[in-house]
Design a protein around this ligand. Structure first.
Ligand code: RB5
Length: 157
């Protein structure tokens, strides 16, 4: 397995710990940065990881900023990306099983590194369930690709 990881200036230490955690599991990790601790724009790392995931260069991505919000918002602008901010393992697991997330994000100002490891672990171990969940994820893709959702036009509000 190969993953990409990226962060902003707030999350350098947590990134390094999570990277080491992944490598100890035998996972190859592409670190897109940053090592900058003063100021670094989270969209840059969010985009870099998202690009690698969307292009099929890696099997998934991990993104960390102060809250996980900005960096995941940036990643989600890249077509094909489903990035989710998680502060606990249950959402991380369900985000893969039901939503087929391909990037997991969290906030270095929000959670500690041990909880972050549990979140990553649950996410890695989970598998997309497909079926009715696949139909719903396909709707997300339809919105992404066309700006519209046919099902929403035909069902009454
Ligand atoms: C940086 O100050 C902070 O805005 C960033 O790490 C992140 O929390 C944004 O969503």
């Amino acid at each position: 397995m190969k993953l990409a990881i990226g962060n902003d200036h707030v999350a350098v230490d947590m990134k390094l710990e999570i990277k080491a955690f992944l490598e100890e599991k035998g996972i190859e990790v592409i670190d897109v940065g940053t090592g900058e601790r003063t100021s670094f724009p989270y969209p840059v790392s969010g985009y870099r990881v998202a690009r690698l995931v969307a292009d099929g260069e890696v099997d998934g991505g991990v993104l960390i900023c102060g809250t996980g919000v900005g960096i995941s918002l940036a990643a989600n602008k890249v077509p094909g990306i489903r990035a989710c901010v998680c502060s606990e393992p249950y959402t991380a697991k369900l985000s893969k099983q039901h939503n087929n997330t391909n990037i997991i994000a969290f906030g270095a100002r929000v959670i500690g590194v041990e909880l972050a490891k549990m979140i990553v672990e649950e996410w890695l171990n989970a598998e997309f369930l497909g079926g009715r969940h696949g139909t719903r994820v396909d709707m997300i893709t339809e919105i992404e690709q066309t700006g519209k959702l046919a099902e929403a036009e035909k069902t009454a509000p």
